[in-house]
Ligand binder design. Structure first.
Ligand code: ZN
Ligand code: ZN
Length: 424
């Protein structure tokens, strides 16, 4: 882009907090969304992220945005609904709102999601109510979500530290110190602390692309994940015509974007009927305000036949009962254990960060862009190749410092891809 100003060149530690936040905002607009002159931008954000949203909006207009519109959410008002609204209303979602979002995308708007809500907001609420509300939203959101999973538009998700989230990540710190620490962790993992973050992101994307090209050249039939303690021994068949992806991507509208900031993963589409074995999660999962810990699942011919958890077991079983595809896989991703997020040792309770700290699998909807020619196929054609379809897409972490991964070729020969969590 031509109209954006250059980033502050001073050493990161000498910058004020506002200057650091401004850098994140500029990277969100230029590297994340890849916003184009005369393009609309639709932002969703927690109300606590208002200072970041203001800076993002300024950078968007500097980049030539036609109009920036932000929809704010507030944890306290979300919680009030679960505590006080009539029980019969939890199957309702405002379809008019999600239709408007989809209409904005169709008319050319870019999307930016800012994550930062309290990951444990709904932990004490009735899991049935939470699940009913989530299903209603997933159905209403589907038309907009399909535009995103098909990468028809340029989009990104970035993070803003909020007090409740920070308190969960750093429970032993005073509120101000916890918030500062979470911001520092976001700045570092979002790769904005170097002298030239835009150049750093170019280099990072090139590194991921090299790995993606290598995996695509192998044409593996399946991947086998296994740990020495046998907590995990899972074979994940890959979809016919699967395509590995990672880092930045050119969307259907021709604009280059980085859908996730941060991002470290190489990911592809598994075959929905060719997953067998057992797997243990390596990190807890925060899903829509509930916390699910120590997930263990058994797969047979692609489907979860048994799922347990030491906390949130009802939530995980509700989740995989959302629809037919919810107990099958839509994504498999490789992340080396030495990734900066993993090395920080911080458990974020937020998928954007935790999924970039460990190899993972995702239940539910597959990305059609992870199949050769997939973005132009009908849902029936995608299903024939093994791509899963569901209202949900939930990543959960299985990798760690003891994870081994083999790539298995179509003549059943294993090739070591990862040993002890890192690339061979
Ligand atoms: Zn992923
Ligand atoms: Zn995912």
């Amino acid at each position: 882009m031509s109209t954006a100003a250059t980033l502050t060149p001073a050493a990161f530690t000498t910058l004020s907090f506002d200057q650091k936040l401004d850098r994140l905002a500029e990277v969100a607009v230029r590297v994340g969304a890849g916003l184009q002159p005369d393009q609309e931008l639709v932002i969703t954000a927690p109300i606590d992220a208002l200072p970041l949203v203001r800076l993002i909006t300024a950078h968007a207009y500097k980049a030539g945005a036609k109009l920036v519109t932000t929809f704010f959410a507030d944890d306290a008002t979300t919680l009030a609904r679960y505590q006080l609204a009539p029980d019969a209303t939890f199957d309702y979602a405002p379809t008019w709102y999600y239709d408007a979002i989809a209409a904005a995308y169709r008319s050319g708007a870019a999307r930016m999601g800012i994550t930062g809500a309290n990951p444990a907001l709904l932990a004490q609420q009735d899991p049935t109510k939470v699940s009913r509300a989530n299903v209603a939203v997933s159905k209403a959101y589907k038309p907009a979500m399909e535009i995103i999973t098909r990468h028809e538009i340029n989009w990104t998700i970035v993070a803003a530290a909020t007090p409740a989230w920070a308190a969960l990540v750093f429970p032993n710190e005073a509120p101000d110190a916890a918030l500062a620490k979470l911001w520092d962790a976001i700045f570092a993992s979002s790769r904005i602390t170097g002298d030239d973050p835009i150049a750093d992101w170019k280099r990072h994307n090139a590194n991921i692309k090299r790995r993606v090209d290598l995996l695509n050249a192998k044409r593996f039939h399946s991947l086998r994940f296994y740990t020495p303690d046998n907590a995990t021994d899972l074979t994940v068949g890959l979809a016919d015509q699967h395509l590995w992806a990672g880092g930045g991507t050119t969307s259907g509208n021709g604009f280059f974007c980085n859908p996730n900031i941060p991002t470290e993963e190489c990911f592809t589409t598994p075959h929905k009927s060719r997953v067998n074995g057992h797997v243990a999660a390596s990190k807890p999962l925060s899903h829509q305000g509930t916390l699910i810990e120590n997930i263990r699942c058994t797969f047979k011919d692609g489907k979860i036949t048994h799922a347990t958890a030491t906390a949130g077991e009802a939530a995980i079983n509700k989740l995989i009962s959302t629809d037919e595809g919810a107990r099958q896989l839509g994504e498999v991703a490789l992340v080396p254990n030495p990734s900066p997020i993993a090395q920080s040792g911080v458990l974020f309770w937020n998928t954007l960060f935790d999924e970039n700290a460990a190899s993972h699998i995702a239940l539910g909807q597959a990305y059609s862009t992870c199949l050769i020619g997939g973005e132009k196929m009908s849902n029936e054609e995608l299903a024939k190749l093994g791509a899963n379809e569901s209202l949900i897409h939930v990543d959960w972490m299985i990798g760690g410092p003891t994870m081994n991964v083999d790539g298995i070729s179509s003549n059943a020969t294993p090739e070591a891809l990862m040993r002890n969590g890192d690339w061979v």
